[in-house]
Ligand binder design. Structure first.
Ligand SMILES: Cc1cc2nc3c(=O)[nH]c(=O)nc-3n(C[C@H](O)[C@H](O)[C@H](O)COP(=O)(O)OP(=O)(O)OC[C@H]3O[C@@H](n4cnc5c(N)ncnc54)[C@H](O)[C@@H]3O)c2cc1C
Length: 484
């Protein structure tokens, strides 16, 4: 009998985990279970409510995906209409201290922008086209089978595919069921308790609306106004990013006290009132294609479960993706951390095999190292916002925040600082990359180029912005309401 693995959840983490399993163990039968009926195309669905908001795929996550899938994920996403953005010169970004990043000759790392639905759809298609041993089923997991030493499968809800039965035995179980994962309760069901958990919640609210790109503005760069965690006020930020189908996704985000509103007029006002009005100017005359979708509260907090430190951990159980840790989405890290964790799974399986003792622990420890990088980036900033719940900034946090602020400032006008910042935020290097001598020197001496108070636009981009800004100052015409 071939070995069998169960992956709980067909979100990004579940799909990359299935790719890792089938890469490392080609004879393994991999059952991916999701309680949602999965759409026949790149569509939003109930089990992934965050999918309506901006999802950046960072270089570190993309390169892990490239290693896990047998065809190029990048190429397939770009063929499907996704965009590739060079961090070095393909975007406009306003930093917390009011200076814009310089646009360098060298492109630096790239990130991919498209809807989250497209990313998951492309990953699922590649998996099902290229891996005969992977199958996807509709089933809701309700518990683990086995005991505290060894997980032997999962218990399913009554509405599961009838062919699966109510108890699905497996040689390996991967929980990739997202931030609402029942793993703590399921572990309690097999006699494991006391897993340390940490939640740090800045009260972030995300509000997103999709627009048709105004004719002629197709090449306008991704534009970002960052939140300021250093002035003691609520963080407020927004981003315009190109997605498939000649559309802009516009996501605003505010921490407790600075939340973006749901109504169309308020949403535009929010964008115009940011420290620079560019995003409001870009969208004021653009045609909205959806209403404003809002996510708030616990769906955006930083939440970490320290499974890798649990006193007791069963063989054959691995947790990846949001079920393991979630981060303030402002840094665009969740999908990448999931992919990097899946890459650890593939490497450990290749080294020690499915039945090797201690596999689960080794994978959890390896995945935790990637979580550490993302966690320190997100939490290091979030603790500074007023009203944060779950942590108060300590002296070490203030020193780290001071340094991040210095490095970001330096990155506006010194290439060494910019590239250190890109490597850490792209998850291609650990957080210590920001402390290498050249980055350190740049952070301490400040930017080499003068501070820019206006976005570094090329003449053609300036003309587009001027045209759209003109539209922003014309009185609004009434529009029919749209549904998302
Ligand atoms: C507002 C917002 C913006 C974000 N922006 C970014 C970004 O820019 N870049 C980035 O990399 N990340 C971003 N993230 C994070 C990203 O969404 C997640 O990290 C990523 O989706 C990985 O999630 P996952 O696959 O672990 O879980 P999910 O995507 O939540 O998928 C979990 C799946 O498990 C299924 N499921 C749940 N319970 C069960 C069960 N009991 N039985 C069977 N199936 C089950 C669900 O139906 C779902 O399909 C953002 C998050 C939020 C909230």
């Amino acid at each position: 009998m071939p070995h069998k693995a169960v992956v709980i959840g067909a979100g990004t983490a579940g799909l990359v985990a299935a790719a890792a399993l089938s890469l490392a163990e080609p004879a393994l039968q991999v059952h991916v279970l999701d309680r949602d009926e999965l759409p026949q195309g790149p569509e939003n669905r109930r089990g992934v409510p965050q999918g309506r908001h901006a999802h950046l795929l960072m270089a570190g996550g993309l390169s892990a995906m490239e290693a896990l899938f047998p065809v190029s994920v990048r190429d397939r996403l770009l063929q499907a209409g996704a965009h590739e953005i060079a961090l070095g010169n393909g975007m406009l970004a306003l930093t917390p201290d009011g200076g814009w990043f310089h646009r360098w000759k060298r492109s630096g790392p790239h990130m991919i922008t498209c809807t989250r639905a497209l990313t998951d759809w492309v990953l699922r298609q590649i998996l099902l086209e290229t891996r005969a041993n992977v199958s996807v089923h509709q089933a809701s997991v309700e518990g683990f089978l086995g005991d505290a030493r060894h997980v032997r499968g999962v218990r399913l809800g009554p509405e599961a595919d009838p062919g699966l039965g109510r108890e699905l035995e497996a040689d390996l179980v991967v929980d990739a069921s997202g931030r609402g994962s029942g793993s703590l309760a399921w572990l309690a069901g097999i006699g494991i308790s006391g897993v340390e958990e940490k939640k740090i919640d800045s009260g972030l609210t995300n509000a997103t609306r999709i627009y048709r790109i105004p004719p002629g503005a197709e090449s306008f760069p991704l534009t970002l106004v960052q939140a300021n965690p250093y002035d003691g006020r609520p963080g407020r930020s927004a981003m315009v990013l190109p997605i498939e189908g000649d559309r802009w996704m516009v996501s605003a985000a505010g921490t407790r006290g600075g939340e973006p509103p749901r109504d169309a007029e308020g949403f535009l006002r929010y964008a115009l009132d940011l420290p620079h009005p560019i995003i409001g100017h870009l969208i004021a005359g653009a045609e909205p294609l959806t209403d404003v979708a809002v996510s708030r509260g616990h769906s955006t907090d930083n939440n970490r479960r320290y499974f890798e430190k649990a006193d007791q951990w069963p063989e054959r159980l691995i947790v990846l993706g949001d079920a393991l840790a979630t981060f303030n989405p402002a840094y665009g890290q969740g999908m990448s951390v999931a992919a990097l964790g899946a890459q650890v799974l593939a490497l450990e399986l290749q080294r020690h095999g499915l039945t090797g003792t201690g596999l689960s622990r080794r994978v959890l420890r390896g995945a935790a190292r990637h979580v550490d990088t993302a966690w320190s980036t997100a939490v290091g900033v979030d603790v500074l916002f007023p009203g944060v719940v779950g942590a108060q900034p300590k002296a070490a946090d203030r020193v780290a925040a001071w340094y991040t602020n210095r490095l970001t400032r330096a990155a506006t006008g010194t290439y060494e600082a910019a590239s250190a910042l890109w490597d850490v935020t792209s998850l291609t290097a650990p957080a210590t990359r920001a402390l290498r001598p050249r980055a350190l020197f740049a952070a301490l001496t400040g930017p080499a180029l003068p501070r820019r108070l206006e976005p570094p636009l090329q003449p053609s981009e300036q003309r587009i912005l001027d045209r759209l800004t003109g539209a922003a100052h014309r009185p609004p015409t009434p529009r029919p309401s749209h549904t998302s």
